[in-house]
Design a protein around this ligand. Structure first.
Ligand SMILES: [Zn+2]
Ligand SMILES: [Zn+2]
Ligand SMILES: [Zn+2]
Length: 196
């Protein structure tokens, strides 16, 4: 059941004009209609699982797949079905950033209804080509560039500082490494090919 769909919805009007009903359906405000998201990252190294982890921190991922052309060749595009979140207090949809970066690899995120925002500073007033703002991608500061950030580098997969994407415990590569089967396979490889 979904309450308070948006400003055009009658129940929304009810909520805003009758404050005593403000808390009605607040829990269901946390989800929206599912959206089809396209993520373009032209690198074979980027795993679906890592893009999913990135999306999952900002939305609810239902499922996803890699896009292929008619010959079955991967195009670099990945498609996900997600539910965007809403801010529980303001009711505003929490849109996804238009740029995804995992390690040194950057990609783009597209979906219908996505607000047009500057890919550098996030402003809705201009696009990247007209942007004169300074913005740090590490700490979100408007005072310095990313390369001059005084803060420790934050992981661009999980957002925590103290490690990078490469060493992130949430990355697919590092999660797989921890599983017993991987360790067993690695030991066996060592026996057969001591060079590894
Ligand atoms: Zn800008
Ligand atoms: Zn900074
Ligand atoms: Zn991390």
């Amino acid at each position: 059941m979904v309450f308070c769909q948006g400003p055009g919805d009658r129940r929304w009007v009810l909520k805003t004009t009758r404050p005593q009903l403000a808390n009605v359906g607040m829990v269901s405000l946390s989800q929206t209609e599912p959206k089809t998201i396209t993520v373009l990252m032209f690198s074979e190294q980027v795993r679906m699982e890592d893009i999913k982890t990135w999306l999952q921190q900002r939305s609810t991922v239902i499922h996803g797949y890699e896009m292929r052309d008619e010959d079955g060749i991967r195009t670099g595009g990945r498609r996900f079905f997600v539910q965007l979140k809403r801010d529980l207090r303001t009711g505003e949809i929490q849109h996804l950033p238009p740029v995804i970066q995992l390690g040194a690899i950057r990609g783009h995120v597209f979906y219908p209804g996505q607000p047009k925002i500057c890919h550098r500073c996030g402003s809705q007033q201009h696009l990247l080509a007209e942007c004169h703002n300074i913005h740090c991608r590490n700490c979100d500061s408007k005072e310095h560039l990313t390369k001059n950030c005084p803060d420790p580098v934050k992981c661009n997969l999980c957002g925590e500082s103290g490690h990078t994407f490469k060493t992130c415990p949430s990355s697919y590569a590092n999660r797989v490494k921890k599983t017993p089967n991987f360790m067993k396979a690695k030991r066996q490889m060592k026996k057969v090919f001591p060079i590894f």
